[in-house]
Write a protein that binds this ligand. Structure first.
Ligand SMILES: O=C(O)CCC(=O)C(=O)O
Ligand SMILES: [Fe+2]
Length: 252
C-alpha cells in the first residue's frame, strides 16, 4: 500500500461535523429505492429518502434558524446575489436529524474516515438560485481530505423551476427517467448563462434525493460534478445538503 507523502490531520470540530460515533438510538428503516445514473462519477438517484413526517419536521426546526446564504470569495464570506440567493439553517441534532445522518452513512457503506458535516437546509424563493459550482475544493489532492460526496435532498418542492442542473452529465435515454429529470428541450438558462438543455436537470421532488461522489480515488475532483440550483420561478424550494468530508481513497 502506498504511503501518503504527508499526513494532514483535520480538526474534528463539533460545530462543523456531526460527531459522536454510530447513533445508538432507534431509527425506523427507510425503504427508499435507488436508480443508478452514472458510474463515473458515481451518481445515484434516491426515491423517498425522507418520509413526509421527516420533511415536515425539518421544515419546522429550520424556520427560526434561516439566515442569508453566504459565498466565500477567497477572503471573506458575504452575500453575493450574482452567485447565490437563498437562506440556510444549521439544524440542531435532534433524533430525527441523527437518523438522517445515520441513513447517509449507511447508504455509503459506512465509508471509513468520513464525517458528515452538520446538516443544513437551504430555502429558495422566486429568483433564488445557486450558480454552477463544485462542492469540493481544489486542495483535496494535496491534503488527502475533502468533500468526497454530496447528497442534495428535496425537503420542500412547492415550486416551478429550481431544478438541480449537471450540464456535463449525459442524460439517460430511457423515458422512465423523465419522472425525475427534465426531458426534451427545456431552454432554461441559469443565472450564469449556462443553458440547461444539455446534461441532466433533476426536478425538485419532495422526499427524493441525488447522491454523487465529488472526488476520484486520488483526490482530484470530477469535472462532471459541476452543478447549479437553477432559479426558482414560483413558490418555494427547500433542499437539505448532506456533505461528506473524508479521506481520499488512496490515502486511507
Ligand atoms: O439547490 C440545488 O439544487 C443545489 C444546491 C447546491 O448545489 C449546494 O447547496 O451546494
Ligand atoms: Fe452544490
Amino acid at each position: 500500500k502506498q504511503q501518503p507523502a504527508t499526513r494532514v490531520s483535520i480538526d474534528l470540530n463539533e460545530t462543523i461535523f456531526a460527531l459522536g460515533g454510530p447513533w445508538a438510538g432507534s431509527c425506523v428503516d427507510r425503504s427508499y429505492s435507488t436508480h443508478l445514473l452514472s458510474r463515473q462519477p458515481l451518481v445515484i438517484y434516491i426515491e423517498d429518502f425522507l418520509s413526509e413526517a421527516e420533511s415536515k419536521h425539518l421544515l419546522e426546526i429550520s424556520e427560526s434558524q434561516f439566515e442569508p446564504s453566504l459565498v466565500w470569495n477567497g477572503e471573506e464570506a458575504r452575500v453575493d446575489p450574482s452567485v447565490r440567493i437563498s437562506e440556510n439553517a444549521l439544524l440542531d441534532r435532534d433524533d430525527v436529524v441523527k437518523c438522517i445522518e445515520e441513513r447517509a452513512r449507511a447508504f455509503q457503506g459506512w465509508r471509513p474516515k468520513t464525517y458528515i458535516e452538520r446538516l443544513r437546509t437551504q430555502r429558495y424563493g422566486p429568483s433564488g438560485h445557486y450558480v454552477h459550482h463544485y462542492d469540493f475544493s481544489a486542495d483535496a489532492k494535496a491534503t488527502g481530505w475533502g468533500r468526497v460526496s454530496s447528497f442534495m435532498v428535496y425537503v420542500d418542492a412547492d415550486c416551478t423551476g429550481g431544478g438541480t442542473n449537471f450540464p456535463r452529465i449525459r442524460r439517460p435515454k430511457d423515458e422512465r427517467w423523465c419522472e425525475f429529470i427534465e426531458c426534451g428541450v427545456v431552454n432554461a438558462v441559469g443565472a450564469d448563462g449556462v443553458d440547461d438543455h444539455e446534461g441532466v436537470t433533476f426536478k425538485p421532488i419532495k422526499g427524493n434525493a441525488v447522491f454523487w461522489e465529488n472526488l476520484k480515488e486520488d483526490g482530484s475532483g470530477y469535472d462532471e460534478t459541476w452543478h447549479a440550483g437553477l432559479p426558482v420561478v414560483n413558490g418555494t424550494k427547500v433542499g437539505l445538503n448532506i456533505w461528506n468530508y473524508g479521506m481520499v481513497r488512496t490515502m486511507e
